[in-house]
Write a protein that binds this ligand. Structure first.
Ligand code: SF4
Length: 225
């Protein structure tokens, strides 16, 4: 599918039903969560957040069940969002240290955030087919970022998806290995890798605030100043 503008893409995106398993799950998950009983969930594909003319793109995996899938904004209303935004705030890339709801007044600085998959997958495990189904949305976003200098991928799936995308554009990606803090030049764009700020990684100490802020600080100082 091709799109004339980001607005047109988003209007088609929020009605997308290409992945039957995810269409079911994004609705079902709302009924399972007693913590948010009575709250109406977004339960649709979640668009990107921020200014598409930014130089930095942060690419996550997918909306969280009670995060983006509940609030309708990517990295909003869950623990991963709180961790991510406490770090973004520390390095001056957001005006608030948390991301709570669509109307919380949060603004991003030279940053656009989106996910490689726009619907929440069961157990955070999308199938290859689902990732492929969603490719035209994320690729349009990347191609629409005319000032793009850096992509920070959160987690190996997002990193591998980006690698495959640049390979399809003719770049040699054979030496690209997922490692926290690794950075690779692909023409005019740098691709960074980081562990995903999920509670699993944060609670086990695999990803600490210091480690994540270090990556963000490097990106800010090298590319956004
Ligand atoms: S994951 Fe992407 S392709 Fe699949 S239903 Fe959601 S928006 Fe559509």
């Amino acid at each position: 599918m091709s799109f004339k503008s980001l607005e047109e893409m988003n209007s088609k995106l929020v009605r997308c039903r290409r992945c039957p398993r995810l269409v079911k799950f994004r609705v079902a998950v709302a009924k399972r969560n007693s913590r948010f009983l009575g709250e109406s969930f977004w339960s649709r594909p979640v668009p990107g957040f921020g200014n598409i003319d930014s130089r930095l793109l942060i690419l996550g995996l997918a909306p969280a069940a009670t995060g983006g899938n509940r609030t309708g904004r990517v990295f909003t209303g869950d623990k991963s969002a709180s961790f991510l935004f406490s770090c973004l705030y520390d390095v001056g890339l957001s005006n608030k240290p948390d991301s709570v709801s669509k109307d919380d007044g949060l603004r991003l600085e030279d940053l656009y955030i989106t996910a490689v998959l726009k619907c929440v997958p069961p157990s955070d495990k999308p199938t290859r087919q689902e990732l492929s189904n969603c490719s035209d949305y994320r690729e349009f976003e990347i191609e629409h970022m005319k000032n793009l200098k850096v992509i920070l991928t959160l987690g190996k799936i997002a990193f591998d998806i980006c690698k495959a995308y640049y390979k399809s554009k003719g770049y040699d990606v054979s030496g690209l290995v997922f490692k926290h803090g690794a950075a690779y030049r692909l023409g005019g764009v740098w691709l960074y890798a980081s562990y995903h700020p999920s509670p699993r990684n944060v609670n086990t100490g695999r990803l600490t605030k210091v480690r994540f802020v270090n990556v963000l600080s490097e990106i800010r100082d090298k590319f956004l100043s």
